[in-house]
Ligand binder design. Structure first.
Ligand code: ZN
Length: 185
């Protein structure tokens, strides 16, 4: 495995690649496994929950998502995992259905480290994608952080950056001196 450099929105050469509409991945594709392993490693090293291939300079419709487990603390102090970690390799993903309702929440991007802004996203989405084995899969009515990450990553594949989705740009702020206020993707 290898760490890849994450392209930045505030670098003009990088931004050209980040705003390119990506090509469909042709399957089967034996080189994908190594690339996907590198993407998970790069995403985890940057403490992100999602990473799209164009963020490491590859303009193909491929993204990874890793939603951390939900852990609750009981009154006696013991911690219980109430939802497991969820990992996805999304090849040629498509939103096939989305709620009309929106949710506004703080969102960050690994291509603009430290910066977060309020982004409206559909409350739920249904996504179809191909997995590493070449099988077409469906995530039905994803909500919460997964719904947000899916929309953020699929936007990357269309060359759309989260900063373009922010309606009130005064909410876009640099939190790099503080604790990250939300997930970065
Ligand atoms: Zn991003």
């Amino acid at each position: 495995m290898a760490l890849r450099r994450i392209l930045r929105i505030d670098n003009p050469d990088d931004k050209k690649i980040l705003t390119t509409r990506c090509h469909p991945v042709r399957m089967p594709n034996p080189s994908l496994k190594q690339l996907v392993a590198d993407m998970f490693e790069t995403m985890h090293a940057a403490n992100g929950v999602g990473l799209a291939a164009p963020q490491i300079g590859i303009t193909q419709r491929l993204a990874v998502i890793s939603i951390p487990p939900v852990v609750e603390e009981r009154p006696d102090g013991t911690k219980v995992e109430v939802a497991p970690e969820q990992n996805f390799v999304l090849i040629n993903p498509e939103i096939i259905k989305a709620s009309n309702q929106e949710e506004v929440a703080l969102e960050g991007c690994l291509s603009l480290p430290g910066w977060y802004g309020e982004v409206p996203r559909a409350t739920w989405v249904t996504v179809e994608y191909t997995d590493l084995n070449g099988r077409r899969q469906r995530i039905r009515r994803a909500t919460g952080l997964l719904a947000r990450a899916l929309q953020h990553e699929i936007d990357h594949l269309d060359g759309i950056l989260f900063t373009e989705r922010i309606r009130d740009l005064s909410t876009l702020k640099d939190y790099s001196e503080e604790m990250a206020p939300a997930a970065a993707e």
